[in-house]
Design a protein around this ligand. Structure first.
Ligand code: DC
Length: 671
């Protein structure tokens, strides 16, 4: 997960390969709760691990349910919400509607002393219709804050003979789902009569109710569905575990990958993208995104247990669609509309306003930043795409909404090859913490992977600056000096003398080295050589062998292969001149030798080594001269490098300066 303020995604050319996506959020949270309501144990396979399911797992554990989590497999002990449950609990449910709504209903029917709350946005998401229905049924629920919204308190219900509840279907289908999961608990008595849920008005997002009905059937509850107007839970209904349950990969998540594969522009024939574990027969409503995408020109083939997507002929066809049945995946259509041959209209999406954020307003604002013209209606969006060359490099706000972030990433396929900055990328954790990692694994950049080179002499602070930049940008980091140092250490270990006569043997050794850099550790053949390569001896050896062209050439490929999406920050002597001559940004540090000697002295002191400043200065000058005068890759700034005299700058100041330059190179307006 990229826990950084923003993520710069370079323009992407295509995605291809094979991927299995994490489990459906809707199925995961429903299945967890239903399993907890069974007297028998259940094993759920393919469970989604994300903020929203974490919230449900934590709540169930707090209520006393036994859970064994092993990767994406979870075993829920039976009887967790039975008589032995915790009768008092304060539950915090984040921003997970799929946890809040059903838990309110289930606990209100079961009874006890509970409070339920969430993040500030959860306190803005309406729940009054559900609570009113529960109150009518004899439940005791009261508001702890603003009436109609969490937080709320639940007490033990007054037992009544009520067999009928009415709920509006037009605000959130989750209210219906919540009632359908909870009311079987009041229908156990075969003699007490059926329970009927009456839906008034139109029921939105029907497919989500279908997921609920399908899962209830798996858990032994067969609800009679009369046109989604009357849903009848037969008297005598009892939760019974199916034993094992497989969760489908999330169809809404799949929409981003289907769109990415559709928007790909491969130079030659593309193998396309295969999404495993999901096909058109999925029970999730958002699988119907496939039809809408096809309408726009997507080439999607459904096989048993997989979907295969080939790049589409671009531009796509503009679309005019009632999206009520696919409210979440319709956001992906809004992004695809940017690649269409005209104006697209997405209708009947008022529910967007009560999701993680007001998605209608948010989407309109962000699409405009990319260059689109957008009309925001009360329950529709009209999107006119930017001309191919008028896409803008934009900083996209994500509004604490995972789908805004995942949608935003699709802008990276723009034909103008503009980068896109995604703010707060970690918000994808709500449903897919590794979304960006997965995208980058499948994607090819439209141009070279962005590289930032920080070159400069010894002790100029390149390493500290470069690794700090890599961290804040979420880029990979390559300390090229460490490779030369490692070459020396590895040579000595194999008894190869560090002498020019053995340059060929050391070069050969360099080609076979497969080090892994993990923080301060440098793992080679399972051994940590981190400390060894930072010794003075290793520094001297590196200085010697780095002057040999054979060795430098041998390490070129290793260095270049570190340039992976989303980008690389690297430091050394010749990163900008030789290794990455086309790097997006080159910085050359010119700290004075006096300042560098002082820094080196500080570093050595920290390691308990006392060194004289004059001696250090002389050593540095000698090393500078050797690095500068050597024939192979002499130390010098690249012609297009920006010089940074960091003698009097703190790391934070240097970092801010370079980030500013980076932002300018990207043509991004300051956020
Ligand atoms: O930056 P450092 O002190 O870890 O580098 C060790 C030696 O490797 C240094 O003497 C110069 C050499 N080096 C090089 O020649 N080219 C690089 N890109 C990086 C380091």
């Amino acid at each position: 997960m990229y826990a950084i303020p923003y993520l710069d995604v370079p323009a992407l050319q295509q995605v291809s390969g094979r991927v299995r996506l994490p489990g459906s959020k809707s199925i995961s949270n429903r299945a967890l709760l239903m399993a907890a309501l069974c007297p028998q144990p259940t094993t759920i396979h393919g469970l989604l691990h994300s903020d929203d399911t974490q919230v449900m797992l934590a709540a169930l554990a707090q209520l006393g349910c036994g859970l064994d989590v092993d990767g994406d497999r979870v075993r829920i002990h039976g009887g967790g919400l039975g008589a032995r449950r915790a009768m008092q609990a304060d539950l915090f449910l984040g921003n997970a509607g799929t946890a809040m709504r059903p838990l309110v209903a289930v606990l209100a029917i079961l009874g006890g002393q509970y409070t339920l709350d969430g993040v500030p946005r959860m306190r803005e998401r309406p729940i009054a219709d559900l609570v009113d229905a529960l109150l009518d049924f004899g439940c005791q629920v009261s508001w702890l804050g603003e009436p109609g919204f969490p937080p709320l308190r639940i007490a033990t219900p007054r037992r009544g003979s009520q067999r009928r509840v009415a709920v509006r279907g037009s605000v959130s289908s989750q209210f219906v789902t919540a009632l359908l999961i909870a009311l079987p608990l009041a229908a156990r008595d075969a003699a007490a009569g059926d329970i009927v849920v009456e839906i008034s008005g139109e029921l939105i997002s029907r497919p989500y109710v279908d997921i609920t009905l399908g899962l209830l059937a798996r858990f032994g509850i067969s609800v009679q569905n009369d046109q989604y107007r009357r849903l009848t839970i037969p008297a005598g209904s009892r939760y019974a575990s199916p034993g094992e349950l497989q969760v489908e990969p999330d169809a809404s998540t799949a929409s981003y990958f289907i769109a990415a594969a559709t928007l790909s522009r491969p130079g030659k024939a593309s193998p396309g993208l295969t999404i495993d574990g999901l096909d058109e027969n999925a029970v999730q409503g958002d699988i119907r995104f496939v039809d809408a995408a096809r309408q726009m020109g997507a080439d999607i083939r459904s096989h048993a247990g997989s979907l295969h997507v080939q790049p589409a002929r671009l531009p796509l066809q503009a679309l005019d669609l009632d999206c009520n049945h696919i409210p979440d995946a319709a956001m992906t259509l809004a992004m695809m509309a940017l690649f269409a041959n005209g104006r697209s209209t997405l209708r009947n999406i008022a529910s967007w306003r009560v999701k993680e954020t007001d998605r209608l307003a948010a989407m309109a604002i962000e699409l405009r930043k990319l260059g689109a013209a957008v009309e925001e209606g009360s329950d529709f969006l009209v999107i006119t795409p930017p001309a191919a060359d008028s896409w803008r490099a934009a900083c996209l706000g994500t509004w604490d909404d995972h789908r805004m972030a995942m949608c935003g990433a699709l802008a990276a396929f723009n034909p103008a090859r503009r980068p896109v900055r995604i703010e707060d990328p970690a918000c994808v954790a709500k449903t897919f913490p590794d979304f960006f990692e997965t995208l980058f694994m499948l994607a090819e950049p439209a141009q070279d992977v962005p590289v930032i080179c920080i070159d400069g002499p010894s002790a100029s602070g390149k390493g500290t600056l470069a690794s700090a930049l890599a961290q804040v940008l979420g880029f990979h980091y390559l300390d090229s000096g460490a490779l030369y140092r490692l070459a020396g250490v590895a040579a000595r270990r194999r008894q190869i003398p560090i002498s020019v006569d053995h340059a060929a043997a050391i070069a050969q050794l360099c080609q076979s080295l497969q080090p892994r850099f993990v923080g301060e550790r440098v793992l080679l053949d399972g051994e940590d050589l981190g400390a060894a390569i930072r010794s003075e001896q290793a520094g001297m050896d590196a200085s010697t062998l780095s002057a040999w062209p054979l060795v430098r050439t041998a390490l070129l490929q290793t260095q270049r292969s570190a340039a992976q999406l989303p980008g690389l920050v690297t430091d050394g002597r010749d990163m900008g001149t030789v290794v990455f001559p086309r790097a997006r940004l080159k910085v050359f540090l010119t700290a004075s030798v006096a300042e560098r000697a002082r820094r080196r002295q500080g570093q050595l002191r920290a390691r308990g080594i006392d060194a004289k400043i004059d001696q250090l200065r002389a050593d540095l000058e000698a090393r500078d001269a050797r690095d500068r005068l050597r024939a192979a890759s002499p130390l010098k700034p690249a012609g297009d490098a920006l010089l940074l005299d960091n003698s009097d700058l703190s790391i934070a100041e240097s970092k801010a300066r370079v980030l500013d330059w980076w932002q300018q190179k990207q043509c991004l307006e300051p956020a």
